[in-house]
Design a protein. Structure first.
Length: 78
């Protein structure tokens, strides 16, 4: 149960970061071709950082899970 909650939180962190990166353009407070507003730069840096942390944590969790499954598979053979 705790693992599902943790993975859900990481997915939300990743998606929230992606939203922050996309929001200035989707919502429309950053016009195409204009110099980036301070809010846009902030959203890009913070959102990119959050998305990166969420992605790295999800990949690390998945790799650890695969390692555990592989270890269980080799122990079952003996």
């Amino acid at each position: 149960m705790r693992a599902k909650l943790g993975v859900s939180a990481l997915v939300l962190l990743f998606l929230g970061g992606l939203w922050l990166v996309a929001a200035p353009f989707v919502v429309g407070y950053q016009s195409r071709g204009d110099e980036y507003a301070d809010a846009t730069v902030n959203d890009l840096w913070i959102g990119g950082g959050l998305a990166a942390v969420g992605f790295v944590a999800l990949v690390t969790y998945a790799a650890d899970l695969l390692r555990e499954l592989a270890a269980r598979g080799t122990h079952a053979d003996h």
